[in-house]
Design a protein around this ligand. Sequence first.
Ligand SMILES: Cc1cc2nc3c(=O)[nH]c(=O)nc-3n(C[C@H](O)[C@H](O)[C@H](O)COP(=O)(O)OP(=O)(O)OC[C@H]3O[C@@H](n4cnc5c(N)ncnc54)[C@H](O)[C@@H]3O)c2cc1C
Length: 460
Amino acid sequence: MTNKAIPRVVIVGAGFGGLNAARALAKAPVQITVIDRKNYHTFQPLLYQVATAGLSPGEIAAPIRSILRSHKNIEVLMAEVTGFDLENHAVKTSEADIPYDYLIVAAGAGHSYFGHDEWEPYAPGLKTIEDALEIRRRVLLAFELEERQAAAGKTATPLNFVVVGAGPTGVELAGTLAEISRHALTHEFRSIDPARTHILLLEGGPRVLPAYAEDLSRSAQEQLHRLGVEVRTSTTVTQIEPGAVYAGNTRLPATVVLWAAGVAASPLGKSLGAPIDRAGRVLVQPDLSVPGHPEVFVIGDLAALKDQQGKMLPGVAPVAIQQGRFVAKVIREELESHTNPGAPPFSRSSREGGDFDFHYWDKGSLATIGRAAAVAEFGRIHVSGFIAWLAWLFVHILFLIGFRNRLLVFIQWAWSYVTYERGARLITGSTYLPGWTADPPVSAVAAQHAPQEIHTGPAK
Ligand SMILES: Cc1cc2nc3c(=O)[nH]c(=O)nc-3n(C[C@H](O)[C@H](O)[C@H](O)COP(=O)(O)OP(=O)(O)OC[C@H]3O[C@@H](n4cnc5c(N)ncnc54)[C@H](O)[C@@H]3O)c2cc1C
């Protein structure tokens, strides 16, 4: 225990896992420190809406401080956690070491380029608000550059958007890009026809949405086709360069490439010194603790644990939420038992015996594809199309953090359903698009006004 009378729980990460652990501990006799490198919580399932200009960042994120403000025993620190000293029970940050009695690590995951980190500048992934804004910038900029080129009287080749990876994120990105180009932008350009944009979804495996049942994969592929997305399965990307993606020897022109193919756990998992799997996730005990450290828990995307059927738990929000609540319960009950004379000191063995093993309650999976297009799997019940999409809308509004955000997102979606509009179409930051080449040559007037790094002409 720390020197103070009240035990201290340190939670690293205020994503789905960390926030739910903090809230579930808020009434316990503990002091809680939540540490996150950001000052806000991101609702990742709606990041693709920011990336495709349907929503603004503030509508899918909320300040951690304000989410937890009513809990007086919780302090929030915005800091980068750099490692842990498990022997001395301390979390390392650049500023100071923060002591704990219990530690919950919920630092999530990032992208994996399968050993090709050099692809990242040409193919951004979608994990943070910054990523979403970068994708939005590239997509919208591509249309602007093409329009400018066509307005200058040059041949404008239709744009090619390539999405790599047909899991839920790749599918929703591809479907929504199709929707934007076919509907939202059609009447706003004078020299180009955005509807001619080619959207290509590449998947290394044999089917889209591989984690879903086969009939839903087929349905998702049909729905993508109807939206105007070309899907190529069993296609492995072997190289990405500015303006192109390679599948073996085949060069696929790409004005914008988006990466939705690989996930790697936070490096904080490795720094715990515990066994990890190939994705860097910590192989936790059934009670979600780190082997040899019953006072340290790892939850959410950073934890690797199998369910009762021996299947690895998926990296989804409900797993992180349930795990956050579960470790809070373990800590609460353990602290209560300590007030009883003769109770055993905390150890994994005192937790053995069923009650302290985590069991995931899978309530079903939903993946959206585009307007009125989605798939849903609730056990044996498989639903596609409009009904699945309505279910998806309902669940995402329900779980979004903050009443204000729920209301705003509901209004935005209702508006855009009726009008097809996407209101957050701001290009901010740089006007550089990797791979946009100087061929055909830019006119003297355009060159004079163009920032240095703009490249004109479509990717070939
Ligand atoms: C684009 C996208 C779409 C998704 N869609 C869905 C969906 O539709 N349904 C679904 O169920 N799941 C979805 N997921 C997955 C879901 O978001 C994750 O499973 C969930 O967020 C995991 O929660 P977590 O608490 O483990 O990590 P996260 O929610 O990722 O939170 C990790 C937190 O740790 C912080 N952090 C990381 N490293 C450090 C450090 N060194 N120091 C300080 N702080 C740190 C981060 O800032 C972050 O706030 C999606 C994910 C993405 C990326």
